[in-house]
Design a protein around this ligand. Structure first.
Ligand SMILES: C[S@@+](CC[C@H](N)C(=O)[O-])C[C@H]1O[C@@H](n2cnc3c(N)ncnc32)[C@H](O)[C@@H]1O
Length: 300
């Protein structure tokens, strides 16, 4: 629906496309939110991740599901889709989640960024238990114009907007809060982006990295992506110390995206129940992750 309402040029500039439903469901099952936890998507688009959370976790409170998007139309679509599901209490706000406090013109008297202000006003605290997000891909920002708050990205020339989202998520998460974020694979693999990985491992205990095929976001983009599952550390390790911690990370490659090269969904038939489901292998990855967490006696 979001794709139908927003023009194609807007979609490209704002990185507006759906997170496929089976990917949203997978992310939420991996995070397994508990009833009282607060779940945020700071780039919520049509709200697919929050919708999936409420569908799969019936005890999750609607009021604790928060979505931001700087595009009014996206927020209206997200509210509408929730409404159709009979849910009217989620908190959706049209705001720029990357806007820092120092240039906040909307709430100067309160302090804090617009995102923090809304969280505090709606939920009484400016940090959340969990973030699940699919920020826009491959839009570059000139780091010269960034405020000092973006310590990772400042003075780096042209930086990817998704990296700003990563920094923003860290700020909006409580210590030990869980993060699931979809990022272009180059962030985890290119030599040039090593500083991002060091920053990530110093501030987060990374539990799992799931590599997605480049058909996953077709027909909008054929970019290769990874989903990172991590917990914010109570205190960042001293710079570069994560290299010495020898923490194990589960790495998985999704081989069946459930889509063909044109973005059409592929189905598999279940003969016994005569039903069809999207042909993907994300459920196997989730099972492997649960085994990994239990075998390593990790707290997730
Ligand atoms: C890939 S889409 C999210 C898709 C969403 N998960 C869904 O299924 O509909 C990324 C979204 O981030 C939004 N966005 C981009 N920059 C933003 C910003 N600075 N603050 C808030 N939202 C932003 C875009 O408008 C777009 O809707």
């Amino acid at each position: 629906m979001l794709e139908c309402i927003v023009s194609e040029s807007d979609q490209a500039a704002k990185g507006q496309f759906f997170t496929p439903r089976h990917v949203a469901d997978f992310i939420i099952r991996m995070l397994s939110p508990r009833p009282k936890e607060i779940l945020l998507d700071p780039a919520c688009g049509s709200g697919m991740l929050l919708l999936s959370a409420l569908r799969q976790c019936p005890n999750l409170r609607e009021e604790n599901c928060v979505g931001f998007d700087y595009d009014d139309k996206a927020i209206r679509v997200a509210r509408l889709l929730m409404y159709v599901e009979g849910r009217q209490h989620c908190c959706f706000e049209a705001l720029d989640a990357l806007k820092p406090p120092s240039i906040s013109d909307r709430f100067p008297e309160i302090g804090g960024s617009p995102a923090e202000y809304v969280l505090r006003r709606r939920l009484g605290e400016s940090q959340v238990d969990m973030i699940a997000t699919n920020p826009p891909f491959s839009v570059f920002v000139d780091s010269g114009s960034l405020p000092d708050e973006y310590v990772l990205s400042k003075r780096r020339g042209r930086v990817l907007r998704e990296v700003l989202f990563l920094e923003r998520c860290e700020r909006l998460l409580k210590p030990s809060g869980k993060l699931a974020i979809i990022l272009p694979s180059r962030v985890l693999s290119s030599v040039r982006d090593r500083y991002i990985r060091e920053w990530l491992y110093d501030r987060f205990r990374v539990y799992g990295i799931v590599s997605l095929p480049n058909t996953m976001f077709q027909p909008y983009t054929e970019i290769q992506t990874d989903i990172i599952f991590a917990r914010k550390r109570s205190r960042p390790l001293s710079a570069g110390a994560s290299a010495e911690t020898h923490e194990k990370v589960m790495m998985a490659i999704c081989q069946q995206s459930g889509k063909d090269g044109r973005g059409n969904l592929l189905y598999r038939k279940n003969q016994r129940r005569s039903t069809e489901s999207v042909r993907h292998d994300l459920n196997d990855i989730r099972d492997a992750f649960q085994r990994f967490v239990s075998d390593e006696t990790l707290e997730w």
